[in-house]
Design a protein around this ligand. Structure first.
Ligand code: NAP
Ligand code: FE
Length: 370
């Protein structure tokens, strides 16, 4: 039977004049906006200036919250949501990488609901719909602009949890590839690796559909074409391809969710400071090798690699190679990393289902101190 359900509630405006073309949707969202950003990227990229100029032209009052840090903490979003409620905010605009975009979704939900931080994950406690959300990405990676996920760091700073709700889709996203031009090469590469991970993990997911696999294969091909040439610098045409690919892969994971490289990477990000995309790519070869142990996994990987114009073993060598994650951990440090991610829901989401012992095996094979 063919699964081809299709849901994309977010309007995506792509290209130089994206904000202009979607301006009427912003105009309809209300009179008071909260802009949610990190410390520097929204300014450096030029995105904040374009958004504020548009809001001024539309006569919309706005305040700026620029307190989002990487891997946004749940408690910060809770506090910012309260502030938004006190200011009678009508809608939220996230500008930045995945961290500000994910934070904007959570802040929009907290602004509409006077609840405890952890109740954000509980649809029964969250009685009001989130405020309308708009997204302006400045990285080409997470695809948060094209899905309803908000990945939040729990108190203590060692674990992530995903908010996912019918009302956390952006109303519209404005994908302007030139906003990524100020990214250092290392951020461009890491975020591209994240988008590639979304594409590959989504393609193999048992929840994938015909459309999601087509989308994932398209995204993976674009990203692999650009990054496998290992460019010294990324030009405008490359950024355009990466931006579209990341957005498309972001939609693909809205259908399927992600596979095991994502949770395995979370511990490296939160405990060792490895950026999210590189942390996922560190486990790409494991994702390929373990999935090749079963027939469905082997077939899907062969199909996926062929769609990109390569072979699974080339991907298995290339991706962890460019991710270049080098750590030397003791047995007890490995145990701590594994405990924090062992309960994630991603493991059944690929043809081969990892056991906890295999998670240990993978961590030891990469990181055990000699
Ligand atoms: P990020 O954490 O948003 O940003 C990483 C760094 O890049 C920050 O220092 C940021 O600066 C900087 N930066 C961003 N855009 C820039 C630009 N145009 N020029 C210069 N610097 C720039 O990175 P990300 O990889 O995009 O997002 C990672 C987060 O997204 C993680 O929390 C991850 O869990 C989440 N995620 C979400 C999804 C989803 O589907 N929703 C999927 C995968 C990952 P500032 O601090 O100044 O902003
Ligand atoms: Fe990701």
């Amino acid at each position: 039977m063919l699964f081809a359900d299709f849901n994309m509630p977010t309007r995506i405006f792509f290209g130089e004049d994206a904000l202009e073309r979607g301006a009427d949707l912003i105009a309809k969202a209300g009179r008071r906006a909260l802009i949610v950003t990190g410390k520097t990227s929204a300014k450096k990229s030029g995105a904040e200036a374009e958004v504020t100029a548009l809001l001024e032209r539309l006569g919309i009052h706005f305040t700026i919250y620029d307190g989002v840090i990487e891997n946004p903490p749940l408690l910060d979003c809770h506090a910012a949501g309260r502030m938004a409620r006190e200011q009678n905010t009508d809608f939220v605009i996230g500008i930045g990488g995945g961290s500000p975009l994910d934070a904007a979704k959570a802040i929009a939900a907290f602004a509409a609901n006077d609840i405890l931080p952890e109740d954000i994950f509980n649809d029964d406690k969250r009685t009001e719909r989130a405020l309308p959300i708009f997204a302006v990405p400045t990285t080409a990676g997470t695809g948060s602009e094209a899905n309803n996920y908000s990945i939040l760091t729990l108190p203590g700073g060692l674990q992530k949890k995903t908010l996912k709700s019918p009302d956390t889709w952006p109303v519209a996203s404005f994908v302007v590839p030139k906003f990524g031009a100020t990214m250092p090469n290392s951020v461009t590469l890491s975020t591209a690796l994240d988008a590639f991970a979304h594409a590959m993990e989504s393609y193999l997911s048992p929840r994938s559909t015909l459309f999601s696999r087509k989308a994932a294969a398209f995204a993976a091909r674009e990203i692999f074409d650009v990054i496998s040439a290992l460019p010294d610098a990324y030009d405008a045409a490359m950024r355009e391809r990466l931006s579209l690919a990341a957005t498309v892969a972001g939609w693909a994971i809205s259908v399927t969710g992600t596979g095991f490289p994502h949770p395995l990477g979370y511990s490296l990000t939160l405990m060792d400071g490895i950026p999210h995309g590189r942390a996922c790519a560190a486990f790409a070869a494991d994702f390929i090798t373990y999935n090749e142990r079963c027939e469905t996994g082997r077939a899907l990987l062969a199909e996926f690699a062929a769609a990109i114009g390569t072979k699974p073993r080339v991907l298995a060598a290339f991706l962890p190679g460019v991710a270049n994650v080098e750590l030397a951990l003791s047995e007890s440090e490995i145990a701590r990393h594994v405990e924090l991610i062992a309960e994630a829901k991603n493991y059944p989401n690929s043809p081969y289902v990892l056991s906890k012992e295999e998670i240990f095996e993978i961590y030891r094979s990469h990181f055990l101190k000699k």
